[in-house]
Design a protein around this ligand. Structure first.
Ligand code: FAD
Length: 413
């Protein structure tokens, strides 16, 4: 039986960041990936904070020459209201830009760069079963021809994303408290794109904050357009090859005809019920990272940044563990990752309750408040000096309430 130091399950952003970091520390690392790359994945708009994780794992240099679309901010719209955030104005010091990427190209780039560093990256290898203990982990996987292999390792990092290999095998998933929602999406030609729309993700809120549209531009001139809403709405939009989705994005007033004659690059896909929680992010011989942990909602484009953040931290903790340190996985890993997730949970809640919109579309939004919110939107959700991070659970509803009261009293005058 082949023996390695670390098995990483999945070659998405979480897995490649974790594997590359550990390889840099001198470990023998293997990635087992179920799909053949390039493969489609949703999650195309990155946040500036993830650039740090790519850099620390040694993967950033491989992405730069790919000329992905630069993203310098995020614009939120609702009817005639509009609020644009520029990452260069954010409160936390850090990256002021990132990319919007077709994940097929981006993830392939990361996987090839990871392999070039000496990680044994195996595509079309599906992990079937795992047995964990203190020092010895056994992984059974199947290759494309149906051959079954067994590997032994000292540690496992589960970065299997929506596959949730270890949460499934070890009964670690728990339901999300969010309303079940979904999304229907495609890539479209975008001949009417303005320069401003090229550098931004555009997010349009509608249906009384229950639904929204994303427009994520790519460097080849096409744009990803998705509609998010509750389960019933998405099922209806997705029927008959997305007939109603196509009509909606051509006619939706706030898109100002941007996609009125645009060809779709492929028939719309849809995904339902993606929000999921986790009971515990680690156990004897393993740790979970990326979407194997918890996934909230796509509204603030935080998924890949959480994948790279938790991929990197899981690798750092694994390194310490393999060095013989007594790692406090709860305090040094789970609480840190969960802390960031909890910040975004408050913002996702604020988005669907409308508090976020009340604040950002207020007649006047103070610059310091805007810049502090901007840091959250850039992914810097671990900066406790930012009141919009530290007091994340109370600050949005309180501020929204004050704004509404002010607006009410002004209307009375
Ligand atoms: P993945 O990217 O899912 O990679 C996991 C890999 O594991 C896959 O390649 C899979 O094939 C492999 N795998 C699964 N099972 C097995 C197995 N048994 N054996 C071996 N390999 C296996 N995030 C953003 O940052 N920006 C966005 O704009 C954004 N938009 C989104 C829109 C929607 C509608 C949704 C639902 C999500 C969105 N996300 C977004 C979230 C994003 O998709 C994920 O957070 C991100 O892809 C997680 O990365 P990962 O590395 O954890 O997992």
């Amino acid at each position: 039986m082949r023996t390695v130091d670390v098995v990483v399950i999945g070659a998405g952003p979480a897995g490649t960041v974790a594997a590359s970091y550990l390889k840099k520390q001198g470990y023998d690392v293997i990635i087992l990936e179920k799909e053949k790359f390039p493969r489609f994945q949703i999650g195309e708009s990155l946040l500036p904070c993830c650039m740090e994780h790519l850099d620390q794992s040694g993967l950033l240099d491989a992405v730069v020459p790919k000329n992905f679309q630069k993203k310098t901010g995020a614009a939120f719209m609702k009817g005639d209201k509009r609020c644009e955030f520029f990452f260069e104005e954010q409160y936390t010091s850090g990256w002021t830009w990132t990319w919007q990427v077709k994940r097929a190209d981006f993830d392939l780039t990361l996987a090839e760069a990871t392999r070039a560093k000496g990680v044994d990256v195996n595509f079309e290898c599906e992990v079937l079963n795992v047995t964990c203990s203190k020092d010895r982990q056994i992984v059974d996987y199947k290759d494309i021809d149906g051959n079954i292999f067994t590997l032994e390792s000292k540690f496992i990092i589960d970065s299997s994303g929506y596959g949730r290999v270890l949460p499934r095998l070890f009964d670690l998933s728990k339901p999300s408290a969010f309303t079940p929602r979904g999304a229907v999406f495609s890539h479209l030609e975008d001949k009417n794109r303005t320069k401003e729309a090229s550098n931004n993700i555009f997010v349009h809120s509608f249906d009384n904050n229950k639904s929204w549209i994303w427009a994520i531009p790519f460097s080849d001139g096409s744009t990803s357009v998705g509609i998010v809403g509750d389960k019933e709405k998405v099922e209806e939009l997705a029927e008959n090859n997305g007939e109603k989705y196509k009509k909606f994005i051509r006619e939706f007033k706030d898109l100002n005809g941007r996609f009125v004659n645009s060809e779709l690059k492929w028939e719309p896909k849809h995904i339902l019920g993606y929000s999921v929680g986790v009971k515990q992010m680690y156990g004897e011989g393993f740790v979970l990272s990326g979407n194997s942990t918890e996934f909230l909602d796509p509204i603030f484009s935080s998924g890949v940044t959480f994948a790279t953040a938790s991929g990197l931290l899981s690798a750092k903790m694994t390194h310490r563990h393999l060095q013989g340190e007594n790692v406090d996985w709860k305090k040094d890993y789970e609480d840190v990752v969960q802390g960031g997730i909890n910040v975004f949970r408050s913002y996702v809640t604020g988005w669907y309750s409308g508090d976020f919109q009340t604040i950002v579309f207020a007649d006047q939004i103070q610059n310091d408040i805007k810049n502090q919110i901007c840091s959250v939107l850039a992914g810097y959700v671990w900066d406790q000096s930012n009141p919009f991070v530290k007091k994340h659970d109370t600050i949005l509803p309180t501020l929204a309430k004050v704004i509404k009261m002010k607006e009410k009293s002004l209307n009375k005058e």
